[in-house]
Design a protein around this ligand. Structure first.
Ligand SMILES: *[C@@H]1O[C@H](CO)[C@@H](O)[C@H](O)[C@H]1NC(C)=O
Ligand SMILES: *[C@@H]1O[C@H](CO)[C@@H](O)[C@H](O)[C@H]1NC(C)=O
Ligand SMILES: *[C@@H]1O[C@H](CO)[C@@H](O)[C@H](O)[C@H]1NC(C)=O
Ligand SMILES: *[C@@H]1O[C@H](CO)[C@@H](O)[C@H](O)[C@H]1NC(C)=O
Length: 474
């Protein structure tokens, strides 16, 4: 097993969704020497160790990963930037305007959906400040808190974790009854982690809309592809027209919190506020309320799960991404190119390993990718999607709701007739197959960054990356 050396604090702080993973005692991974920590003089986040798969066959300091491809993509986009030029802090891709700006009153492509609201009527002052924890005292919060209580879903009294993820929460990690996905891969029957049908990819993008989302939307449109967008509520306030365009082009919209915190660290009320405001901005912008959510960093336990399921009439069903085992998830690690933590070539090698694993499993799969940064969008439109579309045997690429063989109308409270997608809180929870600590290890292992520690500085830096986006548009 090769080791991936975690780079310095400056790099580690922008680490994203995978990095709460714990070292598993008894697993074959071992802690890496915190060599780069001493370089940076800051050891608080570094050196927590990371296991790599065959996908990550070289270790290096900043950035970690190969600078050569270990495979030949089945196809690439002829207009793509050269892979080696897609690097940290790159700014060469022009941001393009939306192909169209949907008008208020237009009819959405979802049966029974109400007419599209007026995006120009979205007043940022009516929402919490962008990229901050929403306040807990508001009429909206009073209503959502009541709805959670009225749902009848028991909210377990699990104590919040402390910042830092698995490495700083040994007791919580050892407590299998929490079913903390991040640190054990534990899932419950209510979680969606895979698509049921072999070689079916539930295409998802997190953290947008962003300046670069229109580029992605154009490519998806050209290729007649649809995706699920896990929207950060603050980005919905910032880019309401882009959010409308996603929805009107037939993509699925789902919740990814207001300010992108690690949800297991929050109080019940703070979780309710993060989810509630994100549901609200999406409803205000699109006219419909999503019934799926993805926890930032994949950070979910039974408390966060049941609060999600108890949110409002239909609840929010958690959507994770596929895993081969506790340490190896279907994460391209695309997020880390922007911060210089990995290379574009490594992301593509990770992708190729995911494809290899996908072809060997009986079910379909879900992969973690982002539409937040230029680099992530360039990799998606230039390399990952063209390769995916040219693979043989072919992949079926669909939004999550459709990969579950359900119509798009099942994805929103206002349009769901409940016949094929009953509300998450309606007693569907049976814990039998999700026994405490069990891992839904249907498949896959790939990229290497599964075991990096996440610290509060990293959360702050993700927040400030998001806040930077907010400021730079205004
Ligand atoms: C979560 O809610 C379900 C009902 O939806 C319940 O059966 C289960 O016991 C709850 N989990 C915990 C840990 O309380
Ligand atoms: C990216 O740019 C920021 C702001 O200029 C800088 O602080 C950071 O070090 C850069 N990151 C990398 C990996 O070059
Ligand atoms: C998953 O991919 C890795 C990297 O290519 C490989 O080492 C591993 O054997 C694969 N696992 C399965 C079950 O296909
Ligand atoms: C579906 O279930 C939700 C939640 O119970 C309810 O509010 C809604 O009216 C139901 N829809 C239909 C068409 O029955």
């Amino acid at each position: 097993m090769k080791l991936l050396v975690i780079a310095s604090l400056s790099a580690a702080v922008v680490a994203h969704d995978v990095h709460l993973n714990a070292r598993q005692s008894g697993s074959s991974s071992t802690a890496t020497a915190p060599s780069s920590a001493s370089r940076s003089g800051t050891s608080s986040v570094s050196g927590t160790g990371a296991a790599t798969s065959a996908a990550t066959s070289a270790a290096a300091a900043t950035p970690s990963g190969l600078t050569t491809l270990t495979f030949t993509p089945a196809s690439t986009n002829p207009t793509a930037f050269p892979l080696e030029s897609i690097t940290a802090n790159q700014s060469s891709m022009p941001t393009i305007p939306l192909a169209s700006t949907p008008a208020a009153g237009e009819t959405p492509p979802v049966s029974l959906a109400p007419p599209l609201p007026d995006a120009a009527a979205i007043a940022p002052a009516s929402y919490p400040s962008m990229d901050t924890r929403p306040p807990l005292n508001s009429p909206e919060m009073d209503q959502w808190r009541q709805e959670v209580q009225n749902s009848g879903v028991p909210i377990p009294s699990i104590s919040p974790t402390v910042a830092g993820g698995c490495p700083t929460n040994p007791q919580a990690v050892a407590d299998n009854s929490r079913c903390w996905w991040t640190c054990s891969g534990c899932t419950r029957d209510t979680d969606i982690s895979d698509c049921p049908d072999k070689l079916t990819w539930g295409l998802t993008y997190d953290d947008g809309p962003s300046f670069y989302t229109p580029n992605l939307l154009n490519y998806l449109d050209e290729q007649k592809l649809s995706a699920t967008f896990f929207v950060v509520g603050s980005r919905g306030v910032q880019f309401p027209h882009t959010l409308q365009e996603e929805y009107m082009k037939g993509h699925q919209i789902a919740v990814h919190t207001w300010s992108h915190p690690a949800l297991t660290t929050l109080s019940n009320d703070e979780i309710i506020a993060e989810l509630g405001w994100t549901k609200k901005i999406i409803k205000d912008v699109t006219g419909v309320t999503p019934n799926m959510m993805r926890p930032p960093f994949g950070d979910i336990d039974d408390r966060v799960r049941n609060i999600s399921i108890a949110m409002g009439k239909s609840g929010l069903t958690p959507v994770m991404w596929s895993r081969m085992d506790a340490l190896h998830t279907f994460d391209t690690d695309d997020f880390d190119v922007h911060g210089g933590l990995t290379t574009s070539q490594q992301v593509m090698n990770n992708w190729n390993a995911i494809m290899g694993n996908a072809s060997s499993r009986d079910s379909g799969f879900i992969v973690l990718e982002h539409d937040l940064f230029e680099e992530t969008v360039e990799l998606a439109t230039g390399y990952i999607l063209p390769d995916a579309l040219a693979r043989n045997p072919p992949l079926k690429i669909e939004p999550v709701i459709q990969c579950l063989n359900k119509p798009m109308s099942d994805a929103y409270i206002e349009t769901n007739d409940n016949s094929t997608n009953p509300p998450a809180a309606s007693g569907v929870v049976t814990l039998s197959s999700g026994a405490p600590g069990s891992v839904q290890a249907t498949g896959e292992a790939t990229n290497g960054n599964g075991a990096m520690g996440l610290s509060s500085p990293s959360l702050l830096m993700v927040a400030s990356a998001l806040a930077f986006l907010a400021v730079s548009q205004l």
